[in-house]
Design a protein around this ligand. Structure first.
Ligand code: CAA
Length: 258
């Protein structure tokens, strides 16, 4: 499918989605967020895609939800229209691993979109923030919940209440991003990570995603029980025999997602 607000490529089993509204710093209007949800659904169903990278431009991953589009909306418009709900749910339902490769601004909905991905690799130019307070609103794509889980209450409160931006170094120190790299190396680093994931058994990567995400939704005891059940269940796969057999035979495994 052709997209107006995304540039999409598939290479080495990695789906690369580049947000592309350069005139608005990739602000998430309804078209972009809808196309992103569709694209992730399509990549989810495409056997050629085993891992996904979402990125923006050098200047902005995304500078938030589109303020122009939202500014005249009423409570009834956004409440009855259930703004963001379906697209948010579709994005987080994607079962394939998604890396956010963030350079420049990741603000408001942009920061929230990065957090919906499975992990964030940041360029040293990245700036994260939840500045919705300056617009007389609050985060609406999960920011009050996800940022708090990632960086803790004190820093999340600071970010949401003051609207200040966090640079890449602080974001790494706080646990929001997994690695920081020089801006020039961002895409190589993200694509390499995605290619590495694409080589694994897709059954295992889907299980990792489910199990780690479960840790945000449940108690430690329940989470460990869930982990043990899925760990045991992987012994029913051919890929477990292949992975362990390959280790013992000192060769690379050939996973078949079975
Ligand atoms: N929505 C719509 N347009 C946006 C935008 C946004 N979130 N962010 C930037 N733009 C547009 C600007 O209006 C401008 O367009 P024009 O050239 O037509 O005027 C263009 O992008 C370039 O932006 P600036 O001239 O402002 O660029 P800058 O380098 O001076 O500043 C910035 C960059 C600090 C990111 C600034 O653009 C900014 O503060 N943007 C808004 C950030 C924000 O408040 N995000 C939260 C949005 S609300 C939200 O996301 C709710 C939610 O949780 C779902």
């Amino acid at each position: 499918m052709a997209y107006k607000t995304l540039i999409v490529e598939i290479e080495d089993h990695v789906g690369l989605i580049r947000l592309n509204r350069p005139d608005a710093l990739n602000a998430l209007n309804s078209q972009l967020i809808g196309e992103l949800a569709k694209c992730l659904t399509e990549m989810g169903a495409n056997d050629k895609v085993r891992a996904i990278v979402v990125t923006g431009s050098d200047k902005a991953f995304a500078a938030g939800a589109d303020i122009k589009e939202m500014s005249e909306k009423s409570f009834v418009d956004v409440f009855a229209g259930d703004m963001f709900t379906d697209d948010h749910d579709t994005i987080v339902r994607c079962r394939k691993p998604i890396i956010a490769a963030v350079a420049g601004y990741a603000l408001g909905g942009g920061c929230e979109l990065a957090m919906m991905c499975d992990f964030i690799i940041a360029a040293d130019t990245a700036k994260f923030g939840q500045p919705e307070i300056n617009l007389g609103v609050v985060a609406g794509l999960g920011g009050t919940q996800r940022l708090t889980r990632f960086v803790g209450k004190s820093k999340a409160m600071d970010m949401h209440l003051t609207g200040r931006f966090m640079d890449a170094e602080e974001a790494e120190r706080s646990g929001l991003v997994s690695r920081v790299v020089p801006a020039k190396k961002l895409m190589d680093e993200a694509m390499d990570a995605a290619r590495k994931i694409a080589e694994k058994s897709a059954i295992s990567t889907m299980v990792v995603k489910e199990a780690v995400n479960r840790s945000y939704e449940t108690t430690l005891t329940e989470g460990i029980l869930f982990e043990r059940r899925v760990f045991y269940s992987l012994f029913a796969t051919e890929d477990q025999k292949e992975g362990m057999g390959a280790f013992l035979e000192k060769r690379e495994p050939q996973f078949r997602d079975k």
